[in-house]
Design a protein around this ligand. Sequence first.
Ligand SMILES: *[C@@H]1O[C@H](CO)[C@@H](O)[C@H](O)[C@H]1NC(C)=O
Ligand SMILES: *[C@@H]1O[C@H](CO)[C@@H](O)[C@H](O)[C@H]1NC(C)=O
Ligand SMILES: *[C@@H]1O[C@H](CO)[C@@H](O)[C@H](O)[C@H]1NC(C)=O
Ligand SMILES: [Zn+2]
Length: 355
Amino acid sequence: MQRILRHTLIFAIVSITSFTAPVSAFTHNTRESSSRSSNLNSEKVQQRQLASSQRGVCGTEEPTTQLKDAHKRLSLREYRHAEGSIDGNASRATADSLPRIEVDTWFHVVSTSEKVGLVTNTMIASQFLYLQQAYQNSSIHYNLIGVDRSINDTWARNGDSAAMKRTLRKGSYSALNVYFQTDLEVSDASGASSRRNGHHHHHIQNLDKRDVLSSQNLLGFCTLPNPEITSSSSIDDYFNDGCNILASTMPGGSIEHYNRGGTTVHEVGHWHGLLHTFQDQTCAPGANGDYISDTPQQSVPTEGCPASKDSCSDLPGMDAIWNFMDYSSDDCYRSFTVEQASRMRSMWATMREGK
Ligand SMILES: *[C@@H]1O[C@H](CO)[C@@H](O)[C@H](O)[C@H]1NC(C)=O
Ligand SMILES: *[C@@H]1O[C@H](CO)[C@@H](O)[C@H](O)[C@H]1NC(C)=O
Ligand SMILES: *[C@@H]1O[C@H](CO)[C@@H](O)[C@H](O)[C@H]1NC(C)=O
Ligand SMILES: [Zn+2]
């Protein structure tokens, strides 16, 4: 267990109801990883304007065969909990009926020297609160153990993901590490693949990543759980584990309609093993999709926040546009389903707990 917090302010947030930590509690550590010499990106202040109708790219990688197999196994086991509600949400799986899962959590704010003031302590506090609330009905609770800040132009654009994570990552495999980067791009080492809105899948291995992705709007990505990690795995096997989030998606950030913190909630859903509600983008009967039976099959990611949408009209259920694992704008995001909550919980038990 790697729990050395030498430079990190430690504080515990007891529960969401007692979340009264004053903003000043988020005092940052001042171990500034400044790299003023390498102004690799200083002239080009990247504008990441999103058309208000489009969620940018979630760069979370495609699930491996092992993870899909785990979904299949777990879905059989959870079947009895599903209760057959096609438009179900997690509200019935309340905190009272489920033992609480506690996730040790670290936030790492990584800025260019130019954007040091971009992420305020208020934004950090609001983001954490929204994360906590979004998972409350799943009885998954985040203990924010530390917030640290680094200034490093290379890291801020994810230019050396391995060095950044080896330096900043805290805790064991069961610990959630979120890197809020002011200029997030996909780097070679990030392991992320790109998924564009709409019907196009670009597997960027075949493309010039930088060119393709700088023209898109990468909002974030997480590592999915890796079934191969065990309690005896070393940090070398999982230092990459965690979530990379474009900092301007935090509450109060600059991206209109995508600045309520929904991106972090969505991405952390991937960290817990969830796939997109439109996974595989097909209406083919019997397709596995996201392996969740109470999210109706969906063939097209949602853009913006339409009143309703039904991409597989011959199949039961309207698209779950309010679901955190769709691509809807933050205004639309509302909840996870009962079965998504159970899946995250069983993924936790099999993939991360005690590791
Ligand atoms: C900034 O990142 C670069 C690239 O990973 C690294 O070599 C350098 O040590 C970092 N600077 C600090 C102060 O951590
Ligand atoms: C979830 O279920 C609760 C209780 O049944 C209901 O009040 C709420 O509107 C539902 N939310 C969504 C997004 O369907
Ligand atoms: C949690 O459940 C309550 C009902 O018990 C519901 O009103 C609320 O929308 C749910 N919140 C989320 C984030 O699922
Ligand atoms: Zn995603």
